[in-house]
Design a protein around this ligand. Structure first.
Ligand SMILES: NC(=O)c1ccc[n+]([C@@H]2O[C@H](COP(=O)([O-])OP(=O)(O)OC[C@H]3O[C@@H](n4cnc5c(N)ncnc54)[C@H](OP(=O)(O)O)[C@@H]3O)[C@@H](O)[C@H]2O)c1
Length: 249
């Protein structure tokens, strides 16, 4: 089997590469920091191809697809993403649009291109990395939360289409709470609670992906959050999330 992982140079993506390689799966690792990808590739036992690419451009996503489409990929993991934390009006629009390009448009483009191939051969796994943030609005990280809601809802809708078509292609969406990675450094935040270990999250996610689970939420404490928030009035939920986000700043 062969998997393509975006955002594999650090954090959850790098650990997913470790987990998949341990299971004997060949890899195509994508990110901007080639040095980090090459270092990771040396650590791994299976065949690894490294692709240095900024996938926040749709043109580059197409280029990436065209480069690897003959590789008979079985697993696509759309993991690359980042967050920004501040008042909506204070975040620079270009940074925010870059985030939308990466967190939404790259996922949209790669999912569509690979899904078509997977459907043709009636096999394959897609794992989109959203977040627990996708289940609620996130004042002070408004756009990030909204991008993850997009990925969550898109993935769920595709899941149902595949079920109705009786397809053997599987789509899952990973929705972790805080995970200890470079995410904080990039978003310039500190988590209000201790983050989960990224390798543990990766192991859990890959295991559930192979079991074709739709929504994957690591840790029991985090799993109950989407359930609980259904019963919280929206305005109260906004106040709670604002308070949590404020602690991160
Ligand atoms: N950490 C958390 O608490 C948490 C919680 C929920 C969801 N998530 C999600 O998990 C995913 C992985 O994040 P992480 O926590 O592992 O953070 P991370 O350590 O910062 O990893 C992000 C990865 O995305 C890559 N990336 C960023 N911009 C890119 C671009 N323009 N083109 C290609 N690759 C790019 C980075 O590589 P380069 O810089 O080398 O390009 C890096 O490999 C993200 O989608 C994030 O939103 C994280």
């Amino acid at each position: 089997m062969k998997a393509l992982i975006t955002g594999a140079s650090s954090g959850i993506g790098a650990d997913m590469a470790r987990v998949l390689s341990n299971e004997g799966i060949d890899l195509i690792l994508v990110a901007r920091r080639k040095g980090k990808l090459e270092k990771l590739a040396k650590e791994l036992e299976t065949n690894v191809q490294v692709i240095e690419m900024d996938i926040s451009s749709t043109y580059n996503c197409m280029k990436l697809y065209n480069k690897v489409k003959k590789e008979d990929i079985d697993i696509l993991i759309n993991n690359a993403g980042f967050g920004l934390c501040d008042n909506f009006s204070d975040i620079k629009i270009d940074k925010e649009l870059d985030m939308i390009d990466l967190n939404i448009k790259a996922v949209q483009t790669l999912t569509k291109l690979f899904l078509k191939d997977f459907k043709k051969k009636d096999q394959g796994y897609i794992l989109n990395v959203a977040s627990l943030a996708g289940f609620m609005p996130g004042p002070l990280m408004a756009t990030y939360y909204a991008t993850k809601a997009y990925v969550l809802n898109l993935s769920m809708a595709i899941y149902e289409e595949l079920k109705k078509e009786e397809s053997n292609v599987s789509i899952s969406v990973l929705c972790p709470g805080p995970v200890d990675t470079e995410f904080n450094k990039v978003a310039k935040v500190n988590f209000a609670v201790k983050g989960l270990n990224s390798l543990e999250v990766a192991k859990y996610a890959i295991n559930k992906m192979f079991k074709e689970k739709l929504i994957i939420i690591p840790s029991f404490k985090m799993k109950i959050i989407p359930f609980i928030i259904r019963f919280i009035p929206r305005k109260l939920l906004l106040k709670i999330t604002y308070k949590i986000q404020m602690k991160k700043k």
